[in-house]
Ligand binder design. Structure first.
Ligand SMILES: Cc1cc2nc3c(=O)[nH]c(=O)nc-3n(C[C@H](O)[C@H](O)[C@H](O)COP(=O)(O)O)c2cc1C
Length: 511
């Protein structure tokens, strides 16, 4: 098993860093005529419409993103309306825009690098009212499901997870898959990082949507890859399953599943030609788990992160209480969400920033974060404009809810430079960087820990989007010059690797 040869993850990470040379000397160009379609299409399969009338939760997004809604139902099982709700707010089409010379672009509930939408959702369900047991693919374009297999296949997935207790009685198991070419067309080998960033933004929404419907929800990253990929009928050189989510509770597993024979279904081609990026296949194989036993051993607590002793001024955060929390509902926030295209430099209040940081870092129900308060990434900030907080660089201490000043100063120019020269980071009120000390994570989890580190960062990034729009300002994910970010936050962040960057602020009205 290559999972424990952790040089492979470090090599992938190193080779896909952005540097001045890699970005400005690159000869890569976008072959628009060969752009892959952003949807997986199964032309021969009947469409099963999902209910268009979605439930309304009235749950504030800032609550839903962080905690399950309290419920009296002992064993909630999702209805078809719940499924439609969760799928729509995780990965549905929320906006349509027409661009002259290009045509109509369909934007989705969760942000995605390059709007290339390379993640698909599958559902493995036992019998539900209104939906027969089966394996289904979610098509966001038509808002329908398509059945790929009939029968209850949950046991195949639960077996592959090494009997993850969080999946065992879930009536629905969602599986996220990634088709590499749909993102690598633009981002080449770095697209494997995006596999998890863009899974993460979907998962932030999905976990929040489940919370809003009071459905138990849990993320599983440790599973034997081959049986799950085979169940979905994936050509694993091109497309792979990346995460499992158990949704609901109280549905006993059948003692056996029907045989998962090879799937014979047509899939529409994505583009005239597909290019292969071997580095992606290599790191994916190197972070795969061979058996259910490996998966069972893999899950558990992340290693404890340690920070240098506090030496800078501390600023205590002051998040809203439950009573004073902004009330924008999850549905409203996700429908309004869109990446900010220009920031106005108007300051945020300390309470607004506090809500973002504190809500975002609430526990994520995941198999690799089993210990309470477990986390892999540390949050570093460049504060450009926050009332009552001096401009400067900071590290966030989630336990104490404090920001520690690393260096005071106006770092707008540096923020823009770190974000590949994009003004969005310079004009933002705050830029939040997620950094990870990779060696202990890889020692604990092997190369699969690299997936976990990127995915946790993606979920945090997705939550930051929700927390911003819930408070009527904006956010955008951004890419970055890896080593320059580490150097900027050093010595505090020395040797850490950058996983994600999100910029926050009020949108500038253009024109
Ligand atoms: C991880 C991540 C990185 C991103 N990086 C950039 C970036 O470097 N520059 C940029 O302008 N937008 C960036 N975006 C925003 C995407 O372009 C945007 O999400 C996509 O076009 C979909 O639009 P929407 O978020 O408004 O729905 C990023 C988004 C994500 C999730």
């Amino acid at each position: 098993m290559q999972n424990w040869n952790t040089e492979l993850a470090l090599t992938y990470h190193e080779e896909t860093k952005h540097s001045y040379d890699s970005v400005y000397r690159s000869r890569h160009f976008l072959d628009w005529a060969n752009q892959p379609r952003p949807f997986k299409l199964y032309p021969g399969l009947e469409a099963i419409p999902l209910p268009a009338q979605l439930p309304v939760s009235h749950v504030p997004a800032l609550l839903a993103m962080a905690h399950p809604v309290e419920t009296t139902a002992a064993m909630p099982r999702p209805t078809l309306h719940d499924l439609a709700y969760v799928l729509f707010y995780a990965a549905g089409i929320t906006k349509r825009r027409v661009y002259p010379g290009y045509g109509e672009m369909l934007f989705r509930a969760a942000a995605c690098t390059g709007a290339l939408y390379h993640i698909d959702l599958y559902l493995v369900v036992g019998d539900l009212p209104g939906l027969d047991a089966g394996l289904y693919h979610f098509d966001p374009q038509d808002f329908v499901l398509r059945q790929l297999r009939q029968g209850d296949y949950r046991r195949v997935v639960v077996d592959a997870s090494g009997y993850d207790p969080a999946l065992q009685e879930a009536p629905v198991i969602l599986i996220g898959s990634d088709t590499f070419w749909r993102n690598a067309w633009k981002y080449r080998a770095r697209a494997y990082r995006h596999s998890f960033w863009d899974d993460g933004t979907i998962l932030a929404n999905l976990l929040a949507a489940a919370n809003a419907r009071a459905l138990p929800v849990h993320l599983t990253l440790g599973f034997a890859d081959a049986p799950v990929n085979a169940l979905l009928g994936l050509d694993t050189d091109r497309e792979v399953a990346l995460f499992l989510v158990g949704l609901g509770a109280g549905a006993l597993l059948p003692t056996v599943s029907p045989p998962a024979d090879p799937l014979q279904v047509d899939v529409a081609p994505l583009s005239a030609e597909e290019l292969d990026y071997p580095a992606i296949r290599l790191i994916h194989a190197a972070s795969s788990l061979d058996s259910p036993e490996d998966a069972a051993e893999w899950r558990g607590a992340a290693p404890e992160t340690s920070m240098p002793a506090t030496s800078g001024d501390l600023f205590t955060l002051c998040p809203d209480t439950k009573e004073s929390l902004p009330q924008a509902t999850l549905e409203d926030v996700i429908r309004r969400r869109g990446s900010a295209r220009q920031f106005s430099q108007r300051p945020l209040s300390l309470t607004q920033l506090s809500n973002v940081l504190v809500r975002t870092t609430q526990p994520i129900p995941a198999d690799f974060l089993a210990a309470p308060g477990g986390r892999i990434n540390d949050l570093y900030c460049i504060v450009n404009a926050v009332s009552d907080v001096p401009s400067g660089s900071y590290v966030f201490h989630p336990q104490d809810k404090t920001l520690e000043l690393l260096q005071a100063g106006d770092f707008r120019l540096q923020a823009g430079a770190l974000a590949l020269g994009q003004e969005l980071a310079a004009d933002a009120s705050v830029a939040v960087f997620m950094l990870c000390d990779l060696p202990p994570v890889l020692e604990r989890f092997g190369n699969r820990g690299y997936r976990a580190a990127q995915l946790e960062a993606g979920i945090l990034g997705g939550r930051i989007y929700l927390a911003a729009y819930a408070q009527d300002f904006g956010a955008t994910g951004l890419t970055f010059f890896d080593d320059d970010v580490t150097a900027f936050f050093s010595p505090h962040a020395a040797d850490k690797s950058v996983m994600f960057l999100t910029a926050l602020g009020y949108a500038a009205r253009r024109g």
